[in-house]
Write a protein that binds this ligand. Structure first.
Ligand code: ZN
Length: 139
């Protein structure tokens, strides 16, 4: 069995954003040479997510509006977590809703997606360098 590991780095200039990282994960898969197996992609920070959904800008705006209703950034004093001196209590909650990782089957050297599926990085507390782990195992 082969094993491949790579970290993808992001430095998002805004507090929140959604980035389609499918091309980078595809590049990892090509580098790995693995044709049959599993690909795990996970955020390495507790205020960012990796998730699968449609690459549609209206949907991404809907997510942002929905997450802001669930866990508004302000007032920052509403979160116990921010009593530590941080201001990202909302980002921890948004990450929990949107998830930490995805696992995608690798079949015939390709990511074995359902219709319209793409992989996204969800940033909820940006403006600093953060990582995503890609781990691919198989043959
Ligand atoms: Zn925090």
């Amino acid at each position: 069995m082969k094993s491949f590991r790579k970290e993808l780095w992001f430095d998002i200039p805004s507090r929140r954003a959604f980035i389609n990282i499918t091309p980078q994960v595809n590049e990892c898969l090509r580098e790995s040479g693995i044709k049959e197996g599993l690909a795990l992609v996970n955020a390495m920070h507790i205020t960012a997510s990796v998730f699968i959904n449609d690459n549609e800008s209206g949907l991404h705006l809907d997510y942002d509006v929905w997450l802001e209703k669930l866990a508004p950034h302000e007032p920052i004093s509403q979160y116990q977590h921010n009593r530590t001196g941080e201001d990202n209590g909302d980002a921890h909650l948004k990450r929990q809703v949107m998830g930490r990782e995805v696992v995608v089957a690798v079949t015939g050297g390709n990511l074995d997606f359902g219709t319209w599926e793409q992989i996204f990085y969800g940033e909820f507390d940006g403006r600093r360098r953060k990582r995503v782990l890609v781990k691919i195992i198989g043959d």
